[in-house]
Structure formats: C-alpha cells, structure tokens
Write a protein that binds this ligand. Structure first.
Ligand code: PHE
Ligand code: FE
Length: 296
C-alpha cells in the first residue's frame, strides 16, 4: 500500500459520502454514479430482511468448520456480521487498515470494465440488496449475501488481496487483447470455486462454494467431480457451467501460488488459447491426476 493510493482511496470515499441519493432496491441503477456506485442506506433494510440474513448466515457458518480454509473462517468471525445485513462503511474501515481495500455498494452486476477498474483500485463492489425468501437456497445473480459473506473475508488476507488487485489490472490489460473469456474462466475456477490444500485435507476458498448451501459438501466429498492441481493455461481453456455444481475443481497449495502463477505476461497465452476450442468442464486429460475427495 503506497501513500498515493491511500489518498486516492480517501478521495473516492469522500465523493461517495457527499452523494445524497441512496437505495437498496434490487437493480436500482438509476441511483448509481459513473462508477455504478450507490449509497448503502441502512434505513431501507427491513427487520424481515435482517432476519433472512441471520438465517442465511447461520446455516452457512455451521457448514464451515473443517471445510472452509482457516483464513476465511478467522476473518469471517472478525467481521462480526452474524446479526444482520452488515454496514459496508464499518467493514471498509477495518479492511482499509488490513489491506488498503474498501467496499463499495453497487445495485447488482456492473459492466466488466467498471468491475475491473474497482478491483484495480482496491475497491470491492458489493451488491446492496438481499435475495428474497423464495431464493433462500439458490439465487442466479450475486446478492449481498454472496458478495459479502463469500468474498469479503479473504480481502483481509494481504496475498489474496494483492492477487485480486493484479487480476483487476490484468483484466483491463486483457480487454483489448481479447483475453477476457480466458480470465473469466480463471476467476470462476479460483475466486469463485477454488479449493486449497491444508495439512488436514482439502479446504474451500471459493466464494461461490462458500455461499452455497449444497456445494460445500459436494465439492469436498463427492466422488463425481475432478479435483485437479491448478494449471493456469489449462483452466483458461476450460468452460464452466453456471447452473449446476462444478464438474471440475482446481486446487492450489496456498495464495502465494495463485499470485505467482498469474504473475507472468498472459499475452502469449491468450494468443495460444484463441487457436483452440474450450474444453468441456468435465474434461480429464491423459496423464491428469484427480485428487481424492476428503475422507471425513
Ligand atoms: N499476469 C497477467 C498479465 O500480464 C495479469 C493477471 C494477473 C491476470 C493476475 C490475472 C490474475 O496479463
Ligand atoms: Fe462472486
């Protein structure tokens, strides 16, 4: 974290604080500024929404011991967000101290270049609205529960946070090179659905799994999916499904590996990948070893 970016971060938050409009309505893009940022207006969350958050949180938190990686659990607990939809500004303060990141509220999915620009500036976009009761088990688009519960804990880890910032910068660089599809697959199989080794067996760090009721168990224990060591080019050439449990998971040793394996210039990789068709998600190549599921 250098002082220039501290100043930029402070200025950005200052502009946010001066905005008068708020809104926690689903998909209320009319309130958003040029960065697609809105105010998180805590007053607009109802008691029923806080109660729904508590139920989502409790169900999910119970599944984490022995399944989520330690870094995730430790930082989630420190967030103290079990009692209701959390206030982003409070978390941003602690997060800024830890890694120089802040959270910004957004009305939903934002255009690619906006999302990457935020990441490159150490701002993590968090959707302001919460799913409805009938979406308790499954929601097709990210809401505040997925974004906050799933993604925010790891932003407190300096190596993971550095990787995510590098990803944002790398994606801006990839856009004119036609590399976004490949980076989207990398994001999917790491940030969203990644597994990590520990001395006690496989653990989860991917937000898409950690905010899902069923996939926590499936990803670690089902004999069905492939579990392969992360190979960046292999992942970038592998398609994925968004409406079913994953058919392949990719496993890292630690966040340093994620950082180092994604450090090289990807320009030649994109050029190579363009010459091939993407592989189906369930592909197992000759010579690839799938890791066994966790025993207990
Ligand atoms: N190293 C990549 C490049 O130069 C950028 C990148 C970093 C992409 C981290 C993803 C994650 O293109
Ligand atoms: Fe996500």
């Amino acid at each position: 974290m250098n002082s220039t970016s501290d100043i930029e971060q402070a200025e950005f938050l200052q502009t946010l604080a001066s905005k008068s409009t708020g809104g926690t309505l689903r998909g209320d893009y009319a309130q958003a500024d040029a960065h697609y940022v809105v105010q998180q207006d805590m007053a607009t969350y109802t008691p029923a929404q806080h109660a729904l958050w508590r139920r989502l949180y409790q169900r999910q938190a119970k599944l984490l011991p022995g399944r989520a990686c330690d870094v995730f659990i430790e930082n989630l607990v420190a967030l103290d967000a079990a009692d209701g939809i959390p206030e982003f500004a409070r978390t941003s303060k602690a997060l800024f101290t830890a890694t120089g990141w802040v959270l910004v509220a957004v009305p939903g999915l934002v255009p690619d270049h906006i999302f990457f620009e935020h990441l490159a500036q150490k701002r993590f976009p968090v959707t302001v609205w919460l799913r409805e009761e009938h979406e308790f088990d499954y929601i097709v688009e990210p809401d505040v529960f997925h974004d906050f519960f799933g993604h925010v804990p790891l932003l407190f880890n300096p190596v993971f946070a550095a990787h995510l910032q590098a990803y944002g910068k790398g994606a801006l660089k990839a856009m004119p090179l036609g590399g976004l599809d490949y980076l989207a697959r990398l994001y999917w199989y790491t940030i969203e659905f990644g597994l990590i080794r520990s001395a006690q067996g496989l653990r989860i760090y991917g937000a898409g799994i950690l905010s899902s009721a069923g996939e926590i168990e499936y990803s670690l224990h089902s004999p069905v999916p492939n579990r392969l060591r992360l190979d960046v080019e292999r992942v970038m050439g592998t398609s994925f499904k968004i409406d079913a449990y994953q058919e392949s998971y990719f496993v890292i040793d630690d966040f340093e590996q994620l950082f180092h394996d994604t450090e090289p210039d990807f320009t030649p990789l994109y050029a190579r990948l363009k010459l091939r068709q993407p592989m189906p998600a369930n592909t197992l190549l000759a010579g690839e070893m799938t890791l066994p599921p966790n025993a207990e």
